[in-house]
Design a protein around this ligand. Structure first.
Ligand code: ATP
Ligand SMILES: O=C(O)[C@@H](O)C(=O)CO
Length: 432
């Protein structure tokens, strides 16, 4: 294995696995992706030697800092044991974190373990409108704290100055590689990172607003032991390995999976709520009452009944609420309690669905997807074609199922129906 990724949530892991599998032509025209596997947690076995990039999916975004650090270091050890020359710490393109962490503490712990400083931190994902300017993160034309992310149920983002935000989470000062340096090219970036390291800056926010900027950062960090960022930071990385003759840039085919289907949505993000509204217009949809879940009135048994009655009709069960509903529910029961009970509900439901024959499963929300994936004993996941930006088809050979695990804010408005078609192989037929 050449490249190892430690991802702080499951949908984010799929997002970067997709980027690595897809590849992106660099300035020399070097295209092609890597052979990628996504692991559910840290595997207890050696990786298949054919795998060039391994993505370890953790669920560390919203857990206590010390646990997030400890789990990330275990993942690092496993990836090093597989021979990885480069590690990427993948976090959210909207920098989801609290003032305590977990991005800063995990990144600094990985940097300490690898003995490096002047490490790139860049959440930019221009395809989806996430760009970094002078250390400030924007979602399209809005600063992060006015993008809707200020209402996130677990990690409300109330400061667009991510250099300052990361500084609150970090022991060392945080540096900046501004756009002017990035536009000057990869040599200039590499020099700026060395200067940051010399100043004692373990991490340095790098500006990026286009894929070309990300390719420049990827080239600058070609042999860096550690890089941190959103999936965009991986755009330029496959080409480094292919150019050096270490990877072939091969493609694989996805044949499609047929059989019963289900859609579960626990994400409360604006994009997911729009997707729910569009889907429920002409498909069966079950709105889960969080009060009923918290009071033991609604259980996985009710969800399973709903899915059984609607096989073949692309049924959707969702808990998602608007910011006002989410705030009211959290005040009534406590944030962790609600998240824990809903995670459990979706995980139990998914386990029974797959045991009962469901073969195509779509899940919306990173935390929700993490809970579902951990419950399913999926084995290693292979990465199929991209369904929508940042969302690949995931194939579990062990369970004979195909999944789409969607980050809350990703996907077109008709995502749910489109994803089920894609999983059956009918939305397209193209190379990975
Ligand atoms: N109606 C609700 N009220 C309060 N909390 C809810 C409600 N529905 C879901 N939740 C919780 O909100 C959280 C949503 O997080 P999740 O990561 O699944 O989605 P997301 O944040 O939109 O996606 P991503 O992390 O990929 O951006 C989960 O913990 C979920 O259990
Ligand atoms: O980077 C992103 O936006 C996503 O991959 C993600 O991590 C959302 O949970």
């Amino acid at each position: 294995m050449l490249l190892g990724v430690i991802a702080d949530d499951f949908t984010g892991a799929g997002d970067i696995a997709n980027t690595l599998a897809k590849g992106m032509p660099d300035v020399t025209g070097q295209a092609g992706g890597l052979v990628v596997a996504q692991y559910m947690g840290v595997p207890d076995r050696q990786a298949d030697p054919a795998i060039e990039a391994g993505v370890v999916s953790l669920k560390t975004r919203s857990i206590p800092v010390d646990q997030a650090v400890a789990q990330s270091l275990v993942a690092l050890k496993w990836l090093q044991a597989q021979g990885c020359r480069q590690i990427v710490f993948k976090y959210c393109s909207t920098f989801d974190s609290t003032p305590e962490g977990n991005i800063g503490p995990v990144a600094e712990a990985l940097a300490d373990a690898l003995g490096v400083a002047g490490v790139i931190a860049c959440p930019a994902f221009p395809t989806l409108g996430r760009s970094v300017h002078q250390g400030h993160l924007f979602v399209h034309d809005r600063p992060l704290n006015e993008s809707g992310m200020q209402n996130h149920p677990l990690t409300p983002m109330r400061d667009a100055d991510i250099r300052r935000w990361l500084g609150r989470q970090s022991k060392a000062p945080v540096g900046l590689v501004p756009a002017a340096v990035v536009r000057a090219g990869s040599e200039a970036v590499a020099t700026a990172l060395r200067a940051a390291a010399a100043k004692g800056e373990t991490l340095a926010i790098a500006d990026a607003s286009t894929d070309e900027d990300l390719v420049t950062l990827g080239r600058a960090a070609a042999w860096a032991p550690l890089i941190t960022g959103g999936s965009g930071i991986a755009i330029g990385l496959p080409a480094n390995f292919i150019r050096a003759g270490l990877a072939a840039g091969t493609a694989t085919r996805f044949e499609g999976v047929t059989g019963p289907e289900a859609i579960l949505a626990g994400s409360c993000s604006g994009a997911t709520r729009d997707q729910i509204e569009v889907h429920r217009r002409d498909h069966p949809a079950l709105a889960i009452s969080v009060d009923d879940v918290m009071n033991g009135i609604t259980t996985s048994h009710d969800l399973i009944g709903f899915f059984r009655q609607n096989v073949g009709k692309q049924p959707l069960a969702f808990s998602s609420g608007n910011p006002h509903e989410v705030a009211a529910t959290q005040t009534r029961y406590g944030r962790e309690a609600v998240a824990g009970r809903l995670d459990e509900l979706f995980a139990d439901t998914a386990r029974q669905l797959v045991d009962g024959g469901v073969r195509r499963l779509v899940v919306a929300g990173g935390e929700t997807s993490g809970a579902v994936a951990q419950a399913l004993d999926l084995g290693d996941l292979r990465i199929g074609p991209e369904i929508d930006s940042g969302v690949p088809i995931l194939i579990s050979q062990k369970r004979g199922i195909a999944l789409a695990l969607k980050s809350g804010n990703f996907g077109r408005t008709s995502f749910f129906a489109h994803a089920l078609d894609a999983l059956s192989g009918s939305a397209f037929d193209r190379r990975q």
